[in-house]
Design a protein around this ligand. Sequence first.
Ligand code: PGA
Length: 255
Amino acid sequence: MRRIIIAGNWKMNKTSFEAIELVNVLKRDLSTVKEVDIVVCPPFTALTEVSDLLVETNIELGAQNVYWEDSGAFTGEIAGSMLKHIGVKYVIIGHSERRQFFAETNETVQKRIKAALKNELTPIVCIGESLKEREANQTFAVIKNQFEGGFAGFTPQEILKMVIAYEPVWAIGTGKTATAQQAQEVHQYIRDLLKTKYGEETAEEIRIQYGGSVKPENIRELISQTDIDGALVGGASLQADSFSKIVKNCCPVLK
Ligand code: PGA
């Protein structure tokens, strides 16, 4: 059985003051949820405050990036040990916005994953195709390339410590969600790639989240698909109400 994981990617939103406000409401609204792993990923500047608020709660903390070196002259970068030290448990790696705007490549994704694992952070590794690639029937080829590049050289034990997020770029922040069937098709393909590389048992244990315009209204159908094990939520994670509804819509007993 794979536990559902819902993570909020706040991107470059929320001052630390606003982050505190949002987390206080989430703590109250979600305190009874036991069936779902809940993660919030604020910007670096709010991590410490949010970390303090999340002590002994059912919500865990994630960061949005990590650098691959341990320390040194890398102005503006953040090391895994720094994140670990303030209570961060997860880190988003290879988000399409980083690939698109900040020269992220499969090679840098792989280095960041290594750094995360070294510091006992769970990487949430994002892969996904653009609209142009989908329209050119390149979806599977793009996913295979990102998978083979970013995940090169990891053992089954290491891959088991990761979460994969399938995020079709055309669905991010556009209001256009992939249909549950479109998403399932790619999730199944990713699980098949995992099976080929790491064996059936390992592949069955790895959680694959969907990301791209997830809302309270569409989460239920998405997670009812065999290979969709949760969501990476952008826009709808910025309001307590919509994020809480997404989480609660995943819990049978709370429906
Ligand atoms: P969105 O973003 O939910 O706003 O589409 C998802 C993401 O980029 O992780």
